[in-house]
Design a protein around this ligand. Structure first.
Ligand code: B1M
Length: 211
């Protein structure tokens, strides 16, 4: 972590410009993207969450930290995507209805692209019909759902039900992820899989499409 301490701090205090500069400098010096994420950015967002939970941070602090994180993500997303080239399949991804958290979803999307998938990113606060339309239009083989709130988890169940009712279940796999969900929940709502991390989502997608 010592190597990325300044970046870690810059994200926590929401200094977007500095965070981006530090990330650029680290990459120019040959830092690995994965280390930048695992030792700088992700622990910083965890710390922001902890402070929020302990009432040391409130929504404005959360927002400016997220803005700093987003600035760095905009810098690194193309690089993450560049790491892989082969097209392994098509995936429609989105954060479910009612949920505005998209940093993790963007990371998952970037890693999937990096893993060689074509990704149709539907954004955040996405209702069932938008997923259904995307699958029809793009022939996506996987729908990937992200939720960060316990209150938006039920939207995942709704999407699985709506996709089933649209009789598309035999041609599309559904995977879920995000901090409040787990394998048990995936099983309960009839999803095809759960991944805890962005790289886990890539492995899961590869698995499901090769099965
Ligand atoms: Co909010 N927020 N937030 N927030 N926020 C959390 C999630 C929270 C845990 C903070 C806390 O209390 N400790 C808490 C949720 C509690 C709960 O439901 N259990 C919370 C809350 C309460 C709220 C509000 C309700 C606050 C309020 O207004 N009172 C509100 C809700 C708004 C809404 O969505 N309707 C809210 C708002 C916001 C901001 C808008 C200010 C901002 C989001 C900005 C944005 O995303 N553009 C924000 C942020 C930044 C956070 C925290 C601090 C960080 C989230 C993040 O980006 N993490 C978060 C606390 C925390 O997580 N430590 C918190 C980094 C990101 C890379 O990780 O998203 O977990 P994550 O994604 C990971 C994995 O989960 C996984 O891979 C990613 C990479 O490893 N993953 C998948 C994610 N999706 C996946 C899909 C997959 C597979 C893996 O397959 C399909």
């Amino acid at each position: 972590m010592a190597e990325f301490k300044d970046l870690y701090e810059a994200v926590i205090v929401g200094d977007r410009e500095r965070a981006v500069e530090l990330a650029k400098a680290a990459l120019a010096e040959g830092a690995e993207l994965q280390d930048l994420l695992d030792q700088g950015l992700l622990p910083a967002m965890d710390e922001v969450g902890r402070r929020f939970e302990n009432d040391d941070f409130f929504v404005p602090e959360l927002l400016i930290a997220a803005r700093a994180m987003k600035g760095v993500m905009e810098l690194i997303t193309p690089l993450v995507a560049e790491a892989g080239v082969q097209l392994r399949g098509r995936i429609a991804i989105g954060t479910v209805r009612g949920d505005l958290h998209d940093i993790g979803k963007n990371l998952v999307a970037a890693m999937l692209e990096g893993g060689g998938f074509q990704v149709i990113d539907l954004g955040k606060d996405v209702p069932s019909d938008q997923f259904i339309r995307a699958v029809n239009e793009s022939q996506a083989q996987i729908v990937a759902l992200s939720a960060l709130l316990t209150t938006t988890m039920p939207a995942m169940r709704t999407i699985v039900q709506d996709i089933t009712e649209a009789k598309m279940r035999d041609r599309v796999k559904i995977i879920i992820g995000g901090a409040p969900v787990n394998q048990k929940y995936a099983d309960e709502i009839g999803a095809d899989g759960y991944a805890e991390t962005a790289s886990g989502a890539v492995a899961l997608a590869k698995d499901l499409l090769s099965a």
